[in-house]
Design a protein around this ligand. Sequence first.
Ligand code: C2E
Ligand code: MG
Ligand code: MG
Length: 656
Amino acid sequence: MRNQRDAVNILYANSSGGIVISFIASCGLVFGFPNEKIEAYKTIWLAVMTVVLLARSIDWIVWKKYLSDTSFDPTTVTRRFVAGSMLTALVWSSFSLLFYAMDIIELSSTIIILAAMAGGATTVLSANRKLSIFYSSVLLVPASSVLAFSSQDFQQVLGYLGLMFSLVMIFSAIKASEFTSRAVKINNENADLLLQMENEKQAVQEANSNLEEKVKQRTEKIYELSNIDPLTGLFNRKAFLTDLNVFFADALKNNFSIGLLFIDLDGFKQINDTLGHTIGDKVLQLTAERIAKTVGNKQKICRWGGDEFLVVLPDLEADKASQFASSLVGCISEPFHFDNNHLSVSATVGIAMYPEHTVDADEIIRLADTAMFVQKKTQKSSVRMFSQDMKEALSREQTLKDGLALAIDHKQFHMNYQPIINSETGKVVTYEALLRWRFQDESVGPDEFIPIAEQYGSINIVGSWVLQQACQDIAQKFPESDCGVSINVSVIQLMQPNFLSVINHALKESNLAPSRVHLEITESVFAENLSLLKFQIQQVQNLGVRVSIDDFGTGFSSLSHLQNLGVNTVKIDRSFIRDFDKGGQAIIQATLHIAKQLGCEVVAEGVETEEQYQCLSSLGVKFLQGYYFAKPKTLDVLPSEPGETDERKRIQANHA
Ligand code: C2E
Ligand code: MG
Ligand code: MG
């Protein structure tokens, strides 16, 4: 089809010249040889030829204007062209047949013109073999044949010459058309090849661009995997540290400060443990969104660990960083509402400053973490700026923690005993066992190391050792007496499932009667499971051991605890005795009143003066303890008959 269309285009492209030449040649033949006899016929012939040529010209214009550049159907257009050309050939042929009785010059000229036209046709019409052969033959063969059979010699000669020329032209038309059709075919094949090449090139380009896109996507994915936390979409540790170093370099160049916030969520563990990880994850995502919104730039935030986030605040002084951190705490603490859940977490934030505290990226994170850690122990949901003494405190804590793990093996613990006196008789009823630790040539106080032992888990081993030692000491020192021993027990220790067997073991080993043992519980650590605490106390009491609430009125202890836990004794904290005149008296009276209602004994600790002793006695506090009577002492210096010794009198004698 395409070859056919190209052939038609060649025919039409060549035909305009052919039409013009045909018109000029016909005018030449008609007007070049005037002959009055046949002039009218010649004019008619010219008119016919002109009409045919005009029709062909119109056809050419139509092709040129509407078809040449389109994918037209070549069959009908070919038919039209062939019809026009054949008509022209027939009109030409008719000229020589109609007017062949010419003189020799006119006839020769006519034959020459027709031969020239036939010759031209072999080239001009070579795109259509049949037409080309037809045109060349029709123009000359009829006239030449007629002339060849003429009686006149010159006509015969012209006839034979015409016929021979026709044969040559037919041959030449065949050759030319073969050449043209091959050229068209090759041309189209080339075009096809070019198109194919173009398509292939485009396909390769597309494949390349797809490949580039894929490589780009993969690179982004790899970047994400290695730099972005998948849950929150924030930077992970690695990416954040890289960026932090860039911020530091910038700060060094432009001489500005940087604040680093270490954010640790408060209450997140409970959500995760009680509501499950899906809700926990959602809370983390929403928290990350809030932080990102407040900071305004995700590039400055990192998810450091489980519920820990970091924020870098470039070009910000310490006071502004603290203000920002406080607003962040406020924002994080707003309740979350999603999927019918109404939850809230809060956050404790530690801040360290560049270059004030350090110029090292790893170090600044550690320092901010330290500040957060210290603050979390004192007051959650708040902000703390790092300070050097904090670092020292933490390093001491670390040293003590490590030391505690080896203290029993290294025999660094020993017990001190401080009496509790019956204010009515002045006799010692119980000795409170107080743990002492000699560590690196220093005496470390229990107020310092017990919380560390509680925090890092060594309290259970230490507490078991104390229980055994205290029971054994008192049993050996006062084998015949009913003098008791008060042993301090941490809530963490008491809540251990094996606590009962520990105390049983201590009683069995020491052979001390359970009624001579008191456990003093301080709620320095809040007991989350109060019913379990109550159960454990009950179990202990079932053994015959009595239980006291120590430091009553401080920490987490409260009047409701007193009622719920069913303890035997309340030890009023020494701060109320010290501040007796500043409200302490009222609290002591209230405690006495409630204790009486609940059937509890009351002990007042920290009695340091005669005046305090008198006041407490007059209020009716039956049991007293404090430096006024005796300081804690080692076992070997205790009197062998506790009931016989009136410590108070001895101290009075010493004073005198
Ligand atoms: P606590 O149980 O309230 O012990 C009383 C603390 O007050 C003792 O301090 C004692 O020395 C001190 N004290 C006694 N009378 C006075 C006084 O008149 N004035 C003043 N200012 N202080 C007085 P210590 O031995 O330093 O013990 C501190 C805390 O450490 C104890 O408070 C107790 O809670 C804890 N603790 C001591 N030993 C142990 C133990 O073996 N296990 C546990 N879990 N905690 C212990
Ligand atoms: Mg105590
Ligand atoms: Mg106490």
